[in-house]
Ligand binder design. Structure first.
Ligand code: ATR
Length: 274
């Protein structure tokens, strides 16, 4: 039996165990997915210990996504983002490398969530609202897909500093958000606005329009006010569960080398969320 897991703090309410275990079950893979909460300074040591114990793969979540960089060989996009959410021990177990491989499937999750909804990204213009971890992954993912990115954030300096690291991106505050969204093809909410607060929205409805594709990283509730108002404006909407699903799907495929059973994993995730 292969053991996969998640390290983070807290991880008690993580949706990753049911998401991945639905995938193992659908493909008849003998594996389990478990959660671990290492001490604040122990993430890198936990990754090394997991390798010694024969763990097959680890997801990494808040607050450890940067901490584990030192314990892995990071794939190019993960290295550029400066955050790892998926550790693959496969190449190390096969004797091909001395260290586990680190990936950032949050970025892949953004790209694949749009692709699943037939939203083209190459040559498009995007506004990413938010400059925390989710905004960082989204900005790098979109730039990597050929999109020109504007990062807009309540604290303007955070957006400017993120944009400096992302090829072709610019950053600023929320003052001109309306004009920026009016001229954009893609909008990502990477703030926590709307989380457990159905009456809140990061972008007033008057700025939304029918040529937009809108991804809301918030998945609780699944249908946020932003997505409801975007749909009413005629926009294509992509809810946060798709982003969560596809970061897991990407990790599943890296670890198992098999095409993930997306429908089964999606059904399991949505059953947990609804
Ligand atoms: P995560 O890693 O999940 O992205 P985070 O680093 O705490 O979380 O970032 C949260 C994001 O939501 C930030 O961009 C934050 O803006 P600030 O950088 O100004 O703090 C944004 N955010 C949170 N509450 C907000 C609010 N009420 N209005 C606008 N932006 C908000």
């Amino acid at each position: 039996m292969d053991v996969y897991g998640l390290i983070g703090n807290p991880v008690e309410h993580s949706l990753s165990p049911p998401l991945h275990e639905a995938g193992y079950e659908a493909l008849g893979i003998d594996a389990r997915y478990v959660t671990f909460e290492p001490d604040a300074d122990a993430a890198a040591a936990a990754v090394a210990g997991a390798a010694d114990l024969g763990v097959a793969g680890l997801n990494v979540t808040v607050p450890f996504k940067r901490d584990v960089l030192d314990a892995v060989d990071a794939a190019p996009l993960a290295a550029r983002i400066g955050a790892v959410n998926t550790v693959d021990f496969g190449p190390m177990r096969a004797g091909e490398t001395d260290r586990p491989r680190g990936h950032n499937t949050d970025a892949a999750g953004v790209k694949r969530a749009f692709a699943h909804h037939d939203v083209a990204l190459d040559g498009k213009e995007a506004v990413v609202v938010g400059a925390g971890g989710a905004g960082r992954a989204a900005a790098f993912a979109l730039a990597d897909a050929g999109t020109s990115v504007r990062v807009a954030n309540r604290t303007a300096e955070r957006a400017v500093s993120l944009a400096e690291a992302v090829p072709g991106a610019s950053g600023g505050g929320l003052d001109d958000l309306g004009e920026r969204v009016a001229g954009a093809d893609v909008l990502v909410n990477a703030t926590s606005v709307g989380m457990e607060a159905p009456e809140e929205t990061p972008v007033p409805a008057e700025h939304l329009h029918g040529d937009l594709a809108v991804l809301d990283a918030v998945y609780a509730p699944i249908e946020t006010r932003l997505l409801r108002e975007a749909a009413a404006a005629g926009a294509t909407t992509v809810d946060g569960a798709w982003m969560l699903l596809f970061q897991g799907v990407e990790a599943f495929e890296i670890w198992t080398g098999r095409e993930a059973p997306v429908d089964a994993m999606n059904a399991a995730l949505r059953a947990e969320l609804e």
